[in-house]
Design a protein around this ligand. Structure first.
Ligand code: IPD
Ligand code: CA
Ligand code: CA
Length: 260
């Protein structure tokens, strides 16, 4: 389907994200008033995250009262319908948010049984709204998305994320000879995946992620014609902690480099 027509659940997910984004936008402009508490080094959570998540759950529960939730900031909520689950990251890229860098987003996915059926990613500052439903393509606002067709690594941009636990990263990038010009670490895994779907990045990999970081982005990449796996080449599953996404054409090249 190449007609721009959001599914009903996407409309509700968008409504939830846009409502929560009002406070996120306000707080972004008033960063000095936020109380920042540290969960652990490199992992900050702000009042804004908690407020935004509560607001998103409220809107989604109003329309889908029986659905369950997997979220970053709260315990999992198992409701009557545990076959349908919303997966929420209220702000992906909190560290950028705290530093006043407008590279962060709200990410919401819907799972039915063990399958990602729908996803949205909203950057509230740039107003880029990515959405996808299984079999309906990947979209940014009303534009259909397609992964890039670059094959030559020196012409590519490859996103990654450097986390405290990921001590392998230096070995990983050492094997990517072109890394000085190709690598980007932009600080929001969800937006990195949306950028792969949009053909801005040609690939992305990261270790130590959670389902809420990637669920919406995974479906965006697949629906835009890309490939998803674990960085070791295994099939990516909902419980996977690491991910590799690409335009399909350079998937094996990057997998090979990461394996060395
Ligand atoms: C983080 C971002 C970041 C990634 C971290 C994640 P958060 O999520 O996705 O890009 O490198 O591993 O934890 O904490 O900002 O929601
Ligand atoms: Ca996150
Ligand atoms: Ca978050």
């Amino acid at each position: 389907m190449s007609v721009f027509q959001q599914t009903p659940v996407i409309n509700i997910m968008e409504k939830a994200a846009r409502k929560a984004s009002k406070k996120i936008i306000r707080d972004f402009g008033e960063l000095e008033k936020l109380q920042v508490s540290s969960k652990s080094l490199g992992d900050f959570v702000t009042n804004t995250d908690i407020y935004a998540e509560k607001s998103i759950i409220e809107t989604l529960s109003y329309h889908y009262p029986d659905y369950s939730f997997i979220t970053e900031e709260s315990e999992n909520i198992i409701n009557k319908d545990n076959n349908n689950t919303f997966v929420i990251d209220p702000i992906d890229g909190t560290k950028n948010f705290i530093h006043g860098i407008p590279q962060f987003c709200i990410s919401i996915a819907k799972l039915t049984l063990n399958e990602i059926t729908d996803g949205i990613i909203l950057n509230p500052i740039s107003n880029e709204f990515y959405w996808t439903s299984k079999g309906q393509g990947a979209w940014m606002n009303n534009q259909r998305l397609r992964v890039s067709n670059r094959k030559i690594l020196s012409e590519c941009l490859v996103g990654t994320g450097i986390s405290q636990k990921n001590t392998n990263i230096l070995n990983n990038i050492k094997n990517l000879k072109e890394y000085p010009t190709t690598l980007r670490n932009m600080g929001s895994a969800a937006l990195d995946l949306a950028f792969v779907a949009a053909g801005k990045l040609d690939a992305f990999w990261e270790n130590d992620l959670n389902l809420w970081d990637v669920a919406a982005g995974v479906l965006l990449v697949i629906e835009a014609g890309g490939t998803i796996s674990e960085p070791e080449g295994n099939k990516w599953l909902l419980g996977s902690k690491s991910i590799m996404a690409s335009n399909s054409l350079i998937h094996d090249i990057i997998l090979g480099a990461l394996r060395n």
